[in-house]
Design a protein around this ligand. Structure first.
Ligand code: CP3
Length: 346
């Protein structure tokens, strides 16, 4: 597969090179804020869409065809990885994801199965191949996975939660079983990301959406060693493929996160980007960090926000413009267009 991407701005920024314009893509750029997505979703469940490579590729391309984004992200979900490990996943409307058999005792963890991504998650790998074909090298395609900590949160809680208090209590009460669970998740995530790269993903992002629920000391003990192991393996096995870390509410964890072998450090909107760049330097590029709520407010709020974010990241060697977290489902699509044009300096 050729890697001659016609718009290489995203990959250049990942490498810390200065591209012709600031590249921009948005976390959750495919989703319910788009009418095209809702039309397909009216006929299929989210898991049906993810497991049908044809539909997953179609959804991956929806935002690419609607907006001049500089990168695509494969349509999938962080939670599908847990199904072949033995967990029964369902997305319940109005409630979100639910696992009907959460892991609550050591025997549950020992019963989790190792995965073979090429066999068990072949639908996403096929969706990557199909999306690459359809993208025709216009822009690069990102793969992704959840980080072990965030996956463990859902596996133990069995659903979403405000702060995953029960999960942290379980972790403190069962540190050895916690380590066993994290080892298993780490093996699965590593296999999955390497398989995505083999299928054609040109960069990978690890989503640790719930890392911020830990103190720095507990993050260092209970989460970071496993995340680090994943990035170490990717750096060794796929050195040319950019590695992006994202955490939400994780500003207090950056002293640790910045020591991972990353290509790109993603910041959410609560973090002062200029201060972070001054403190952590330019060995990695940076991604972020517009408050997604600005897109709900007004055109002026978007323009003002884009200017402030660009200024705050002006000291970075590479800057990939993104939101601080995913697109909110009530976002007007015209504002996404405005945002992207504005980042491109139009
Ligand atoms: O960014 C993209 O466009 C790629 C697709 C993507 C999805 N989920 C599709 C999806 C990505 C990158 C994810 C990651 C994901 N999934 C995360 C990490 C990122 C983050 O937001 O912090 C998490 C925590 C999940 C778990 C998950 N999936 C939840 C909590 C929910 C329900 C909440 C909701 O928004 O409804 C999902 C469902 C989901 N995954 C949707 C999409 C587009 C909405 C499903 C629908 O159509 O009803």
């Amino acid at each position: 597969m050729s890697d001659l991407t016609l718009n290489p701005t995203f990959l250049q920024a990942c490498r810390g090179e200065k591209p012709a314009h600031t590249p921009v893509w948005l976390m959750r750029q495919a989703g319910r804020y788009m009418a095209e997505y809702r039309a397909l979703r009216a006929q299929h469940s989210i898991l049906e869409m993810i497991k049908d490579p044809e539909k997953a590729a179609e959804v991956t391309l929806q935002p690419v065809n609607a907006f001049p984004v500089d990168a695509a992200i494969i349509f999938a979900d962080i939670l599908t990885l847990l199904e072949p490990m033995g967990m029964n996943l369902e997305f319940i409307s109005g409630k979100g994801p639910v696992f009907h058999n959460p892991v609550r005792d050591p025997a549950d963890i020992r019963a989790l199965k190792p995965i073979n991504a090429r066999r068990d998650l072949d639908f996403t790998l096929d969706a990557i191949r199909l999306s690459r074909e359809r993208l025709e090298n216009r822009i690069p395609l990102l793969g992704f996975s959840g980080a072990p900590y965030t996956l463990a949160c859902y596996a133990i809680e069995g659903a979403g939660s405000k702060d995953f208090d029960n999960v942290r209590a379980w972790m403190f009460a069962h540190p050895r079983d916690w380590a066993d669970l994290m080892d298993r998740l780490t093996d699965a995530v590593t296999d999955y990301l390497l398989a995505q790269i083999e299928a054609g993903a040109q960069a990978v992002q690890l989503f640790d959406s719930w890392a911020g629920s830990l103190s720095l000391a507990d993050y260092r003990r209970f989460a970071a060693p496993w995340t680090r192991r994943i990035f170490d393996t990717l750096a060794r096995e796929a050195p040319g493929v950019p590695r992006i870390h994202f955490s939400a509410n994780g500003g207090h964890l950056l002293d640790e996160i910045a020591t991972f072998p990353l290509s790109v450090l993603s910041l959410d909107w609560r973090v002062d980007a200029a201060a972070a760049i001054a403190k952590y330097g330019n060995s990695a590029a940076y991604q972020g960090n517009l408050d997604p709520a600005r897109l709900l407010a007004s055109d002026e709020a978007v323009l003002e926000g884009v200017a402030a974010v660009k200024q705050a990241f002006s000291g970075a060697n590479g800057h990939i413009f993104n939101l601080g977290h995913g697109v909110i489902k009530t976002t007007p699509p015209e504002r996404v267009k405005l945002l992207i044009d504005c980042v491109h300096g139009l």
